[in-house]
Design a protein around this ligand. Structure first.
Ligand SMILES: C[S@@+](CC[C@H](N)C(=O)[O-])C[C@H]1O[C@@H](n2cnc3c(N)ncnc32)[C@H](O)[C@@H]1O
Length: 233
């Protein structure tokens, strides 16, 4: 059972508003089916609300109204499903390569009544960049998927110029920015900005690295093929 501790109830109400019951149904799904199917570790069950739902929902404050959001490496739906619950104005695409996980995601989306606003794309981010009609999105999210340099390489192509990556990171965020700043710039990203989301609501606040796609960089266009010489004179 995913029990919402009394000390977290106010934060949950503020972040999920009138959809708190949908959030509770998702928490229950993660703590039961999610654990049985190996998507969430059994030790996570008692801390689903604070470490997963509230932590992810806090990021909604960085997402503009009506945005299309692509969540790369959703796993069991974090943060994508949580954002879709907290913000009914968002159009969310969950990008996940593993069939076992996309099966769970599809069932969860159906069960939670989110089919109008959430789609599931089975594949890697690199495949979604060329194979999903949800691309380009306004915002790309990712939590616990890869180091910043790899993440930027996968995620910036999913958005257009001016679009943004929001990478949910732990204590290593500032270190990662220093370590991968050069790669971020080379891949077309602007100066990474560190945010603490949910200040005064969730404890600790969620650390997010925001990177805007400032320049479109990619492989240079191939040379046009040489004209074949006509045999006819
Ligand atoms: C550690 S899990 C994190 C899942 C979820 N975001 C969370 O915070 O619980 C990393 C997920 O990223 C997915 N993944 C790895 N490489 C990927 C890629 N190139 N494109 C999309 N997803 C990827 C994996 O299949 C896995 O589900």
């Amino acid at each position: 059972m995913a029990v919402l501790a009394p000390e977290l109830a106010e934060a949950a109400r503020r972040l999920f508003g009138e959809r708190l019951d949908v959030a509770a149904a998702y928490a229950e799904l993660l703590a039961t089916d999610g654990v049985v199917r190996g998507l969430i570790g059994p030790r996570e069950a008692p801390r689903i609300w604070d470490r997963h739902l509230l932590n992810c929902a806090a990021v909604a404050e960085l997402i503009p109204p009506g945005a299309s959001v692509l969540d790369v490496g959703s796993g069991a739906g974090l943060p994508g499903v949580v954002l879709a619950i907290a913000r009914s104005d968002l159009a969310v695409t969950l990008i996940e390569p593993l069939a076992r996980r996309t099966a769970f995601l599809e069932e969860a989306v159906e069960e939670l009544g989110l089919t109008d606003s959430v789609r599931v794309f089975r594949g890697r981010a690199e495949e979604a960049a060329v194979g999903s009609d949800a691309v380009p999105g306004d915002v790309v999210t990712a939590r616990a998927v890869a180091p910043l340099d790899r993440l930027v390489g996968w995620c910036l192509p999913l958005t257009g110029a001016g679009g943004r990556l929001l990478a949910l990171k732990g204590a290593s965020a500032a270190e990662e920015i220093t370590e991968h700043g050069e790669a971020v710039h080379r891949l077309g990203g602007g100066q990474p900005v560190l945010h603490r989301c949910g200040e005064g609501v969730v404890d600790p606040p969620t650390t997010v690295v925001e990177i805007v796609r400032e320049r479109i960089v990619g492989p240079s266009p191939r040379k046009p093929p040489k004209k074949s010489r006509s045999r006819r004179r």
